[in-house]
Design a protein. Structure first.
Length: 122
């Protein structure tokens, strides 16, 4: 984020894919997006990053975000335990509300090869 703030407005034209998952333990790095305690904190952090990216992009530039969802660890995470957090949808709504020329290109839901109901294993 510090580096983004140093760039001039309208500087960039490159497309950069940003991939992030909430609560992704296998990727832990200090300062990493995705280690926030709540989905609201994650949305706010990504929203602020995307606002800076929007600021530095030239009018012909674009940025793409590839997001994954996560299951809640409990009400403190932002949803009942074992419920999807709907993090990508929450971020999309925040970006649209911010009026950052956000276009939602597609939304792919999870496709199950075996759609039979299963009990949780934890």
């Amino acid at each position: 984020m510090t580096r983004l703030r140093e760039l001039a407005t309208g500087f960039g034209r490159l497309r950069r894919d940003v991939t992030t998952l909430l609560h992704a333990p296998q990727l832990r790095t200090d300062g990493q997006i995705g280690l926030e305690d709540t989905v609201e904190d994650w949305v706010e952090r990504l929203r602020s990053v995307m606002a800076e990216i929007h600021r530095v992009l030239a009018p012909t530039g674009s940025a793409w975000v590839d997001l994954g969802d996560s299951y809640s660890r409990g009400p403190r995470s932002g949803a009942p335990a074992k419920s999807l957090l709907l993090a990508p949808e929450r971020l999309a709504l925040a970006l649209v509300a911010e009026r950052l020329d956000t276009e939602i290109e597609s939304h792919l839901g999870e496709i199950e090869s075996d759609a039979r109901p299963r009990s949780p294993t934890d």
